[in-house]
Design a protein. Structure first.
Lengths: 171, 171
DNA sequence: TATTGTTATACTCTATAACTATA
DNA sequence: TATAGTTATAGAGTATAACAATA
């Protein structure tokens, strides 16, 4: 382990900077998640609700299961999420005429209004994260991260943290 | 929300790519964390143990509380973490002659051997994450992330996910 | 009286699997 | 017999606060 260049230069025994790509990504990802979570607090929803609502908005009338499969959220978790959003009057479960077992999901007018605000929050949060970089730095950074995301099989708009494959701890 | 350039171009109503800086960071951070967690599985420890051991290694003999303050881990959580590592024979609580309330932490020889392997795992994991980038892309990416980390008040080697300020959900 | 570490308790989140109603 | 959704249950992880030993 003496020939490594980026990060871990300190080796097993010592101190030194811990500036590996993996660690930086993990740290910054955590900060980004936490920041968005906090930014949404005034609206009374969490990032997972935002993400789910966003996908319902994109294709209203789908069943819970169909959405759950796409976002890789297990059924019982979908029930809880939709319950929370329905109680708050943001989402609606309607009957599906062609299959009375299924529940078609729709966003209510209140849900639409709230999502408008939530998008605003997301935009502001996003701007805040990158505000210390120049426009050019920012776009180069985004391009590099996109390349990394593509190589790691990430789907745009589907956050792996929603799937329940919990990393458990930090790194 | 019509004048924004990076990410969120789709607006409240629509679909489209979700390639904001914040979302990319959150996604990739999650993937990096999860990957490291899985890479450590064969060694029987988790990233939090690795991080804690690493700090004990750096300055042996410190008290639990002193370490907990530095890493911002609450006392009862420190007890659980140290318990787990002590049961596995990787860490030792020794008496502190000058203050018999405090417990001085030391890494055992087995702990040292395991940390050697864990560093190797970390190095390999780090290399895997960035392997699709060229050396130049990689160093540019790291430089940009470091700048971002500095601006967001991140401490090198201290992962915010260890502090218990849970983001709760993803995004 | 304050502090270090520990333990007890309660709470949240989650997955698993049983269950119901439809198909 | 299979499927969509729900509910019940049990497990892990956490924080809070009470506690014991020592200062």
């Amino acid at each position: 382990m003496a020939h490594v260049k980026e990060g871990f230069e300190d080796g097993p025994g010592g101190g030194g900077p811990f500036d590996s790509l993996a660690f930086l990504l993990s740290q910054l990802g955590f900060v980004a998640s936490r920041g968005f979570h906090q930014a949404l607090l005034p609206l009374g929803i969490e990032p997972r609700h935002f993400l789910l609502m966003r996908h319902v908005l994109r294709d209203e009338g789908r069943s819970q299961q169909s959405l759950g499969e796409m976002l890789r959220i297990p059924p019982s978790r979908m029930v809880a999420l939709v319950d929370q959003l329905e109680e708050r009057g943001l989402l609606e479960r309607r009957a599906n005429p062609s299959d009375r077992r299924a529940r078609a999901l729709f966003v209510t007018p209140a849900g639409r209004r709230l999502m408008g605000k939530a998008f605003q929050v997301a935009i502001e949060h996003n701007a805040r994260i990158g505000e210390t970089l120049s426009a050019e730095e920012r776009s180069r950074l985004i391009a590099l991260l996109q390349k990394l995301a593509a190589e790691n099989g990430l789907l745009m708009g589907v956050h792996p943290g929603l799937t329940g494959d919990d990393p458990k701890a930090a790194s």
